[in-house]
Write a protein that binds this ligand. Sequence first.
Ligand SMILES: *[C@@H]1O[C@H](CO)[C@@H](O)[C@H](O)[C@H]1NC(C)=O
Ligand SMILES: *[C@@H]1O[C@H](CO)[C@@H](O)[C@H](O)[C@H]1NC(C)=O
Ligand SMILES: *[C@@H]1O[C@H](CO)[C@@H](O)[C@H](O)[C@H]1NC(C)=O
Ligand SMILES: *[C@@H]1O[C@H](CO)[C@@H](O)[C@H](O)[C@H]1NC(C)=O
Length: 436
Amino acid sequence: MARIVSTLAFAALAAAAPLDARTSKHTSLIKQPDGPTEYQISLGPRPYYIVQNMTEGPLKQKLESCANGPFSVTGWSIGHRGGATLQIPEASAQNQEAGARMGSGVLECDVAFTNDLQLVCRHSLCDLHTTTDILLRPELAAKCTQPFRPANATSPASALCCTSDITLSEYNSLCSKMDGSNSSARTPEAYQRGTPAWRTDLYDTCATPLSLDGFIDLVDSFPGYRNFTPELKTPPSQVPMPFKGVYTQAQYARDMVNAFIRKGIAPERVWAQSFLPADVFLWISEFPAFGNHAVYLDEEGDTPETLVTAAARLPSLKAQGVNIIAPPINYLLTYGDATNSTIVPSPYATAAKAAGLDIIAWLFERSGPLTTVDARQDYYYSTFSQAVSHDGQLYEVLDIMANEIGIVGMFSDWSATTTYFANCFGLQGPYGENYN
Ligand SMILES: *[C@@H]1O[C@H](CO)[C@@H](O)[C@H](O)[C@H]1NC(C)=O
Ligand SMILES: *[C@@H]1O[C@H](CO)[C@@H](O)[C@H](O)[C@H]1NC(C)=O
Ligand SMILES: *[C@@H]1O[C@H](CO)[C@@H](O)[C@H](O)[C@H]1NC(C)=O
Ligand SMILES: *[C@@H]1O[C@H](CO)[C@@H](O)[C@H](O)[C@H]1NC(C)=O
């Protein structure tokens, strides 16, 4: 589905993209704005801050050469929970708007279900007590699986509020807020706080929650060609499946895909994800046009021992029809020498490529300043944290994943950072037609 672009705009795009965009059938390829009144991609200061902090060398020179764009939407830049989660309440309409503006070509909705079995965008079925103001709504707070308990001398403050505790219309009445809580809180009001200092409460002003249907309509309305990546959640033990004795994980998996079918969204634009192999296998067998590029999220390798097992399992996933694997960054990178000063692709990354799997990685821009990831034992840097010490290395890390491993997409909490890099290297992301 080629997009029509003006000659002038095309020349600019071709200059930014060494890939032959003209012959590409990539559906994420976005036409440049035709004039100053058209929607423009806007990246803000952060990519420039990162480039400035890089040590001198060819990578810095290359990234500096792209400073003036042009920047267009790219499917390589995947908006995690909307793509602006670093600063804007996750999964909200405002977050999706910002991720889209920062050039994300694929936007994410984690799919949870409500008490009346409607699908909504929420990272966990049971995180409403930290991602919304539900505890400040007495009539809704009373419906929580575990209502608020204040901190006392022996126990921290706690609560557990699930999307399955309330109806869709109740869910829609909530404010989305920055994810966080205060375990010392003695009141629901005090419990609302807890945003890490390197995020911000600046936009924590009652963001709009989204249903899955609302997400699809919103993303489809953004200028430029955008794809969707819905993630089916695995309900926690407090929400045993089948829910109410009847609603099975399999039906939930079907309902998620059917929401896109009902809206007439082409399967090639939908990157269905799950941590549960059974969900992915269901899509492969029942919805092959979606299943052939469904994304299996791998979290089976969190220790050095299990990472070896997880890598060994990859060929069998491929043999069962999985084409895309999505591990966290720390599975893909490791130390390159005994002094822990260099970073190289891990044996897991090599095994995934050897198995013929495409790789989408998560999660960029989640971890705050790189100066402190080693001291904080940040998860995403855990396998190479001693080799990173300053923010300029964000692009060194991305370069190894993009240009040495060849990942086909990167989830990010701040889409501008990934969009800048992808535009500079002509990375357009995967396209669904290629998996047919
Ligand atoms: C990058 O930032 C660190 C502080 O985080 C600083 O020590 C270092 O000099 C900076 N490097 C460059 C090239 O600006
Ligand atoms: C402290 O809180 C815990 C958990 O909410 C509760 O079980 C316990 O009874 C409380 N202790 C006192 C002294 O109130
Ligand atoms: C957390 O709550 C405690 C008790 O109300 C309070 O002393 C503390 O300042 C709060 N921390 C934040 C970050 O709001
Ligand atoms: C390198 O990192 C590994 C794993 O974190 C650690 O066990 C080892 O002591 C480090 N080596 C040096 C020389 O710092």
